[in-house]
Write a protein that binds this ligand. Structure first.
Ligand SMILES: [Zn+2]
Length: 322
């Protein structure tokens, strides 16, 4: 194992081991509880890998098999003279539905949003924020792509309506799997509106439903939800809901055929879109992040040594490697 620069540095995080214990038995999740999610996501990635195996997406299975097999962490100074682990290097497959890469991507997007939203709030201090969820009826998974294309068109029509109050918006797409196997596509949207919206041109809930119905050219009232963020509450509070996974892991692993069809249907479909004045601030969120490591590696600071962990497929754990 890599040598720590100072002897004491390791004590807070590395529990004392009996002499007989090999460092190979040290689990990442024990040494660094905050890194527990690695086991969960890499475990789901194994299932996704076997879903792709032998399918027309066999090449994705190969890429996934190399994803995040080895993690290198630096021991860095934490708060209160403790030591913490910071990810320094890992190889990612960047397959869209890889649970590990999806998780890292979401973390990067969230970090970006948490960094930028307060800047927007200070630039537009009197503006207010709305959180809107747009849906339509569930559809067979084979019709998902066409449905999302129609939803994109419907959304565009809505934004272009004169009465649409937002001067900026962020929209993310989510697809969940219904119990009957149908797909449930929906949009989560953050809208920035002038304060005057609440006194002039305010749109009531049933009017929003009507608006979405018209823009989607539906013959029924779609379910939609809209709420105003209370004054003084930061729109950052909505980030977890806005920038969560496009499809949650439990839905992706539930049914192989459904998942393979989802992969085809979502190919090159954009998950996040921005518009109006928010575009200049948040357009980075429309793209795959360059860096999936994160962890503030721009401020490298001092390392007290490095630790390597390898994925153990049978045990579904990351274990330390000598
Ligand atoms: Zn991956």
């Amino acid at each position: 194992m890599p040598i720590a620069k100072t002897e004491n540095a390791c004590t807070p995080i590395l529990p004392e081991q009996p002499d007989s214990t090999n460092s190979k038995d040290l689990l990442l999740s024990d040494i660094s509880p905050k890194d527990k999610p690695w086991d969960k996501h890499r475990g789901f990635a194994d299932t996704i890998q076997s879903h792709y195996n032998g399918s027309k997406f066999d090449r994705y299975a190969t890429r996934l098999s190399f994803c995040s097999q080895l993690l290198e962490f630096a021991l860095t100074p934490g708060d209160d003279e403790t030591i913490r682990l910071k990810l320094r290097s890992a190889k990612f497959c960047r397959v869209r539905h890889c649970p590990v890469c999806q998780w890292r991507r979401s973390l990067r997007w969230k970090a970006k949003a948490y960094q930028i939203l307060p800047k927007i709030v200070s630039k537009y201090p009197t503006h207010r924020w709305l959180f809107m969820t747009l849906t339509q009826k569930n559809v067979p998974i084979a019709e998902l792509r066409e449905t999302l294309i129609q939803m994109n068109k419907g959304y565009k029509r809505m934004v272009e309506r004169k009465l649409f109050p937002a001067i900026g918006w962020l929209r993310s797409m989510e697809v969940t799997r219904g119990r009957d196997g149908n797909a449930h596509p929906h949009f989560h949207c953050l809208l920035m509106v002038p304060n005057s919206y609440f006194s002039h041109g305010y749109i009531k809930q049933y009017e929003w439903v009507k608006l979405w119905r018209e823009c989607m050219r539906l013959d029924y009232n779609p379910i939609m939800d809209i709420q105003a963020v209370r004054q003084g509450i930061s729109p950052s509070s909505l980030v977890p809901e806005l920038l969560k996974y496009c499809t949650k892991e439990s839905d992706m692993v539930a049914d192989r055929e459904w998942f393979l069809e989802l992969t085809s249907q979502l190919h090159k479909m954009r998950a996040i879109a921005t518009g109006g004045v928010l575009k200049e601030y948040l357009r980075d969120l429309e793209e795959e992040p360059d860096d999936l490591i994160g962890e503030g590696d721009d401020e490298l600071g001092e390392d007290y040594g490095r630790l390597l962990f390898g994925w153990k497929r049978t045990e579904k754990r990351y274990k330390m490697i000598n």
